[in-house]
Structure formats: structure tokens, C-alpha cells
Write a protein that binds this ligand. Sequence first.
Ligand code: FAD
Length: 430
Amino acid sequence: MAQELNYWLTTTQIPTPPAQPLPEFVDVAIIGAGFTGLSAALALAKRGLKVIVLESETIGWGASSRNGGMVLTGLKLGVNKLISMYGRDLSRRMYAASLETIDTVERIVTEEKIDCNFARTGHLEVACKKAHFDDYSRQVEVIAREFNHPLRVVPRNELRSEIGSDIYFGGMVDEASAGLNPARYVAGLASAALRAGVAIAEQTRVTAVRKASYQGQPLLRVLTPRGTLWTQNVFIGTSGYTGAAIRALQKKIIPIGSYIIATEVLPDALARELSPRNRQIYDSKNYLYYCRLTPDNRMLFGGRAAFFPETFKTIRKSAELLRRGMIEVYPQLRDAKVEYLWGGTLDFCFDMMPHAGKIEGIYFALGYAGHGVAMATWQGQRMAEWMVDGKADNPFAEIPFPGAPLGLYNGRPWFLPLAGAYYKVLDWIS
Ligand SMILES: Cc1cc2nc3c(=O)[nH]c(=O)nc-3n(C[C@H](O)[C@H](O)[C@H](O)COP(=O)(O)OP(=O)(O)OC[C@H]3O[C@@H](n4cnc5c(N)ncnc54)[C@H](O)[C@@H]3O)c2cc1C
């Protein structure tokens, strides 16, 4: 059986920051050393601020080193739903931001010389049902008209030029998306932040943030088991790992497990057959599969095989389900050895939208719903500008941030088995 190990982590060395005592005072304390926190830290340090990133585990330990590395345009919510919920203007700004997120990643990778295999390979969504495929033409038309962004429909009889599978009803391609190696990217972001003067404190869990007075000034006091520090601003980038330190936020985030397997290195010809254009691929189900080739030609195949966040048991169970799923999609991989399996936690909000803003005087950005590689990076940069300039230019801060229906949620996702069953039924009937 495969090793329970994240393949990406075997391709890089995550930097180890120097161990130092916590400073007494910083301009900004950031919670979480993933894409969100490190991107913000880098931007803030470049504007001359004294910044510390507090991470309960190690750099990139959360979803940022565990994901599929798909740098995706668009939002989780469909475009028609987006417009009906938020109106044209706000939807246009949100969609434009989703396109800008890819440029932001590309700019940082170039400026900071991050060797992470960033490549504009485009993404391909494949339709699991005829009705899903029919909807692609409508979506392409709306996205071109309302958001001035070109996508392309691929009919079933041409799909072999995009994917080596015959089970789908057609596809939709967006050339603007990209792929990268997420562990190398998060390692590169951390190195860039350290070079810019950011302090990163690993093994430092924030247990609470309190408003308090420091030498007569109203400031925030950040509590950790290693001691406390004072700061003007706190920024939370804890995504699916948001805990009880900020209860108001924890209650708005649903942590959902996502799992990945990676095969042995495949021969070139087979790899090209499976993904002729090296796309970032995902399907149209709620309980979706996503897949791509790694730069060394492994098939990386992921999905929400179990809804619960990762444990030894859910990872093992999911790996078996994913292997079966992979063979359904790609019978050519029947004999391919699965060499790696791992899992991580996604952050969903109740409206499936990203959210950013201030809660109880503390800045935050999260809720990326599986689109976080690009969006988390962008949010980090945008939130840094907000903290420095005092002006929010962020459409995701302008939308309502709903909690659980009837308030029936205290941060423990007791309803996940029900939600999992609900989405399975939905995939069956819709
Ligand atoms: C298996 C998987 C596949 C995915 N695939 C894709 C993909 O292909 N494309 C895409 O766009 N998105 C994908 N995502 C989502 C994407 O990885 C995330 O949205 C993104 O990494 C979130 O980054 P982040 O920095 O906000 O959070 P994270 O990287 O999760 O980091 C949060 C950090 O906060 C720390 N933390 C939490 N609480 C505290 C505390 N109290 N004190 C100190 N530290 C704390 C945690 O230890 C953690 O390291 C995937 C996610 C998973 C799990």
C-alpha cells in the first residue's frame, strides 16, 4: 500500500525560521503561515511594517502545502447564481478579482524568483451529465457578456484532445488558469517574507486576542502559550483550520476534508494520453474529482471522498475510494501504483463565497472553497493594503457574511454526514 505522505513535500525543503523570543510589540500580528498569512506578511514588510506570523505548527503545514496546486480563475458559485445574489456590478468586480488573482500569483513568483513550476496550462471542467454540459454554453455566454472573459466549450467528440477519458459529456476550458507545486510555492513565499524582514514563529498557537490598553494606547493583546505580544492589527489567515481563538469566525467556517492520491511516475506517452494539454482538470459534481499531472508525470487525483477533515482513518478510506474513482475516469491507470496519499482541510462558508473584512476589530480573509491557491494570495496582498492605507478595495468585504441557518452551529461540524449525504443525492438527481 502507498505511503501516507504528501508527495509535494518530497520535492522541496520548507524553510525553518530562526527560533527567537516573541517581540513585545509589532505593527501587525498574522495568524497562520499559509498562502494568506505569508502573502500579507510579505506585502506588509515591503511597506516597512514590523510583522510577525504566528503558526501553531510549521510553515505551510495547513492546506497550502497539501492542495492540488491548481491556480484557478472563477469562484465556486456559478455565475448565474453570483449575479442573482449580488447584482451585476459587485459580481463583475468579484469575477475581475478572480482573474486578477492568477496575475498576482504570477507576479509574486516572478518577483521573488520562486521555483514552483508555475505554468499557464489552463483548466478544464468536464461534465458528468448531459444537463451539465448543456449549461456550459450558457455559462460561456454569460461570462463573455458580463465579465468580458473568454471560455471555450469542448464538445464530447473533441474531448479526447483535452482528456484521455470517455466518460464525460463534454468540457469547458479557461486558458487563463495555471498550475504550480504548492509546497514549493509556500516555501518560496516564506523565504521571501523572511528576506523582507518578517518574523515567523512556528509552534506558536494563538489562544486568544483581546482588546487592551498598552502605555495608554488602545491595542490588541495576542495570547500564546509562549507569552503575549502587543500589536496594532491582527490578521487571521487560518482558513479550514480556524479554531476557537476567534469564536465569531470559527462559527462561520465549515471545515471539509479533501484527499489526494498520486501514482508512480508514468511513461511520457501515457501521461500525454491522459492529459494532452497538461490541464488542471475537475468535474461538474458537488462531490467532485480533480486531477492533473505533476511536473514529473505522476497522476495526482483528488476529491472529497470523505467529508470529514483528515485523520489517519479518513485518509486510508479516501485513498481506496479515490483509486476506484481514478480507474473509472482513466481505465488506463488500472495497474498504476499509487505511491502517495494525503488529505487536508478546505474552508467553506455557508454561502460558498470567499469573505474578508474585520470581525471584532480583527482583520480576516478566508472561505476559499477549493479556490484558495490564487485567491488566498490575492487576499493577503489586498488585506495588507487595507491595513496600511486604511482603505478597503475588496468586493469580498462588501457582501453579507452569513452564519449557519438558525444559528445551529458552534464550530463543530456535526452536520457533515448529513451534508455529505445531501450532496450525493444532489449529484444523483441533478
Ligand atoms: C486536499 C486539498 C486540495 C486543494 N486543492 C486546491 C487546488 O487545487 N486549488 C486551489 O485553489 N485550492 C485548493 N485547495 C484549497 C487551498 O489549499 C486553500 O484554500 C489555501 O491553501 C488556504 O490557504 P490559507 O493560508 O488561508 O490557509 P492554510 O494553508 O490552511 O493555513 C492556515 C494555517 O493556520 C494555522 N493556524 C490555525 N489556527 C491557528 C492558531 N490559533 N494559531 C496559530 N496558527 C494557527 C494552521 O496551522 C495552518 O498552518 C485545496 C485544499 C486541500 C485541503
